[in-house]
Write a protein that binds this ligand. Structure first.
Ligand code: GTR
Length: 345
């Protein structure tokens, strides 16, 4: 049987990744005991890991990844290195998640959208209009239930170390859209997940799932009529240059997650796990600052570029249209939806 180039490159990445880990395992430091008998840093192994992100270098998630790597390096006195690979260099988001499950790529920053296909509990974030604001979202993410959701990734051979900010997602199209009715019949690209397919169908559109990296050319060639994302992605992936109409409905707030492969995590000492966990949590504040900056800059940029921006004053017609989606999934997420409701203060 012939292997497709995609499959082949996936296997190569898997092999390369595995050999990297093996060489990392070989790098044990000198044995030295401190005076009180506890182990010093040099008792621990040296590690070199990879972290995949599909955004460009200066994007807030990549800046967060780099801060995380820097903190890990500092806290381990240079013993644990995390090399960040931006721009989807290691593969599209779905294949990255699969590689993290295998341990071929050790770390990644991915969206809860595609993650939900691997870990059902995270699907709750794909449900439309469940958060009122960024504050509401972060109240929930920082709550016990929010943290529990991160832990649920363990069932999918990963661990969620921290959430990163990703704002709210809006629809953008090549033809003007003034209200929810206008979305009817539009071919809209979505992240690969069943809830997204249902969401677009409920809005009267045709959902076209495809990898993020293919959206620009598909908009350009007319394969799709629109897509949906937050402002920083709309701008940094240049979608605003081909889909010049955006309607700010904020249908989803899909946080990003820094994940680590369980296969790798299980090989780490408790002390190293602590270093990595703490570093991920500490990188969040910086990532959120950078996020806020880029959201503002992106808004300014699209205004300057003459994008047709439509504000939505009343979300009720949008919420009415997607009620069937909430009804379909309510019983799967009743508990979490209740906690999300309570985080609205
Ligand atoms: C972005 C997210 C990416 C990717 C992309 C998409 O907001 O940061 O990881 O999921 O959306 O729509 O595919």
């Amino acid at each position: 049987m012939k292997k497709s180039p995609k499959r082949l490159s996936f296997m190569l990445t898997a092999i390369l990744g595995a050999s990297l880990v093996l060489s990392a395992c070989g790098g044990a430091g000198d044995k030295e005991k401190t005076s009180d008998g506890t182990k010093s840093d040099s008792d621990e192994k040296a590690w070199s890991f990879r972290l995949a992100d599909n955004h460009p270098d200066n994007y807030p998630t990549v800046l967060g990844d780099k801060k995380f790597a820097e903190l890990v390096e500092q806290k381990s006195n240079g013993r644990i290195k995390i090399n960040v690979f931006p721009n989807g260099q290691l593969g599209d988001e779905k294949s990255i998640i699969e590689q993290v499950q295998l341990g071929a790529v050790e770390f990644a920053r991915v969206s809860t959208g595609p993650l939900a296909e691997f870990s059902k509990p995270l699907g709750v974030f794909s449900l439309p209009y469940i958060f009122d604001s960024s504050e509401h979202e972060w109240n929930f993410l920082n709550s016990d239930k929010g943290k529990e959701l991160l832990k649920s990734l363990e069932g999918a051979k990963m661990l969620g170390l921290a959430y990163y900010d990703s704002g709210a997602r809006h629809f953008y199209t090549t033809k003007p859209v003034k209200n929810v009715e206008d979305l009817k019949g539009h071919k809209i690209r979505v992240q690969q997940s069943q809830i997204n397919m249902d969401l677009i169908a409920a809005l009267g559109g045709n959902a076209t799932p495809m990898p993020y990296g293919e959206v620009f050319s598909s908009l350009q060639t007319g394969v799709i009529d629109g897509a949906e994302n937050n402002l920083p992605s709309y701008v940094s992936a240049n979608h605003y240059q081909v889909a010049k109409n955006i309607i700010l409905d904020g249908h989803q707030r899909l946080p990003e997650v820094v994940v680590v492969s369980k296969a790798i995590w299980d090989k780490l000492s408790d002390a190293d796990k602590k270093i990595i966990q703490e570093a991920a949590e500490e990188s969040v504040a910086y990532q959120r600052e950078e996020w806020a900056k880029m959201e503002k800059d992106s808004e300014a940029k699209i205004k300057e570029a003459g994008v047709n921006i439509v504000e939505v004053d009343d979300l009720t017609p949008w919420q009415d249209k997607v009620k069937s989606v909430i009804d379909k999934y309510y019983s799967d997420y009743a508990d979490v939806l209740d906690a999300i409701d309570k985080a609205r203060k």
